[in-house]
Design a protein around this ligand. Structure first.
Ligand code: SAH
Length: 464
């Protein structure tokens, strides 16, 4: 971070503007909005600035800048078109320890102006650190479109009720939940549509309701979230939103650091593992943990790799929640089959090669894989195998002995959708041997079927 963002309280603070052209006028306007006590020093005063004298309460000195002019000012802006004057103002201000900005000369500044979205009391400041003001401005435009002008009203309403809410809802986490609901719920909608009085009534009602609710029962809930196969931007909007409002994140091994980084900064993190046959917590204890946290009133994001309902044991987790009467919602995610297939350029179905696709688990139980091989070894079908690497040789043998063509193409996708993705292609008869010479890292997914032959042509990601 080259520049540290802070918000200054400039109300009634003495600020100096050197220069009185159109640039200076823009800065005067900004300072004035913050309530600054503005003095202008300039030899030539434009009519624009002269006209602001009364409305903006300016003190104007028609004179050349001298170092002694700086005395007692907190902040100075030099907006003249004279390079020497600008340099001199910068030098003198630095010497006197006064914050200085020289318009369009980053090297002469010790503070810079951000692009501002003013929804007072809500203020959004954007800076490119002086590198690309245009980029900052474009971003401001984007933000302006999603933060309607009425946002300021919403903030004012929050301010008005802040003390009341604080008195009535004494537990800080409950208060936060309350405000989150108000600020993105019906009250906010009313404000956005200009119905301020109705919004106030609704908020007053909400305060009385939430109090009794909090006193009577806990408000915890669980979000069972599928975080997708790896790449963080394959998360859904909903997953992101809920991860950003959760108090606790309970996550598996398959959830990457990159994804966890997107969760609310001050949320607690609980790792519950699930490495192959080496669970940090057994499933029953995970179920219990979710119940316990929710009963403490927490909003729990239970984040899993891929989709929670595909080899994710999500069903078991919500069953326990239902039994215990805990509110929850399930957020689907992109399952490994979809992610890996897309990123490996292997369509799971194809008019010419596969009219059906099955997802199975290759997990070994008592050293064998219990699958319906006759149903799997049919033509024109794609088989996706989760957790199948260890049993790969057994899988290939079983398929061949149940009638599959030994030359049927098969792919192993390692760490699909991530920057480390690798795809290894072979056939039912060659692949087990081929991967013996590779050090493959979990997670890996197996795709079997003629669609795999399309990889060579359609591989667009990484080209490995
Ligand atoms: N619920 C998850 C699957 C959990 S089972 C989902 O819907 O994707 C764990 C198995 O998923 C791993 O053993 C592996 O076979 C597969 N898997 C998950 N993410 C993967 C990835 N990025 N690349 C390859 N395989 C993956």
């Amino acid at each position: 971070m080259d520049y540290f963002p802070i918000f200054l309280k400039l109300s009634k603070q003495p600020c100096l503007v050197v220069g009185a052209g159109s640039c200076a006028a823009r800065k005067i306007e900004l300072l004035s909005r913050a309530g600054a006590d503005i003095t202008v020093v300039a030899h030539d005063i434009s009519t624009q600035v002269a006209a602001m004298q009364v409305s903006h309460h300016l003190t104007i000195y028609r004179k050349y800048f001298e170092p002694t002019d700086l005395a007692d000012f907190k902040l100075v802006i030099s907006a003249t078109n004279d390079k020497l004057v600008n340099e001199n103002v910068s030098k003198c201000a630095n010497k006197a320890g006064i914050w200085v900005n020289v318009v369009d000369s980053p090297t002469l500044c010790n503070f810079i102006f951000p692009a501002i979205v003013d929804r007072a009391p809500l203020t959004i400041a954007i800076s490119s650190g002086g590198v690309s003001p245009v980029l900052a401005r474009l971003l401001r435009q984007k933000i302006e479109t999603v933060v309607p002008p009425t946002y300021g009203m919403l903030a004012k309403l929050a301010e008005k009720f802040r003390d009341t809410v604080k008195k009535q809802i004494t537990i800080p986490s409950n208060r936060r939940i309350f405000w989150e609901n108000v600020l993105q719920g019906r009250v906010a909608e009313l404000i956005f549509s200009g119905q301020n009085e109705s919004a106030e009534r609704e908020l007053t009602y909400a305060i009385s309701q939430i109090e009794s609710e909090i006193n009577n029962k806990n408000n915890g809930e669980v979000y069972l979230i599928g975080a997708g196969p790896g790449a963080a931007d394959l998360l859904t909007f909903r997953a992101l939103r809920l991860m950003q409002q959760a108090d606790v994140i309970v996550y598996d091994r398959l959830v990457s650091a990159e994804i966890l980084d997107l969760a609310r900064r001050d949320s607690d993190r609980i790792y519950v593992g699930k490495e192959r046959s080496q669970h940090v917590l057994p499933q029953e204890e995970i179920n219990e943990l979710l119940v316990k946290l929710a009963k403490e009133g927490k909003r729990v994001a239970r984040v899993k790799g891929g989709d929670p309902f595909i080899f994710g044991r999500g069903g078991e987790e919500i069953e326990t929640l239902m039994e215990q009467n805990i509110a929850f919602q399930v957020v689907p995610g992109i399952t490994a089959a979809n992610g890996c297939a897309s990123y490996a350029g292997i369509p799971l179905t194809h008019r010419d090669y596969a009219q059906s696709c099955v997802f199975v688990t290759g997990h070994l139980k008592d050293d064998s894989i219990n699958l319906n091989w006759t149903q799997l070894a049919v033509p024109n079908q794609t088989i996706v195998i989760y957790m199948g690497l260890i049993g790969l040789e057994k899988i290939c043998d079983a398929l061949i002995s149940h009638g599959s063509d030994p030359s049927l193409p098969i792919a192993v996708v390692e760490k699909g959708t991530t920057a480390q993705q690798r795809v290894i292609i072979g056939t039912l008869s060659t692949l087990p041997n081929k991967i013996r010479h590779e050090t493959l890292k979990a997670p890996t997914l197996i795709i079997i079927g003629n669609v795999v032959s399309l990889h060579e042509k359609l591989n667009w990601f990484g080209h490995k």
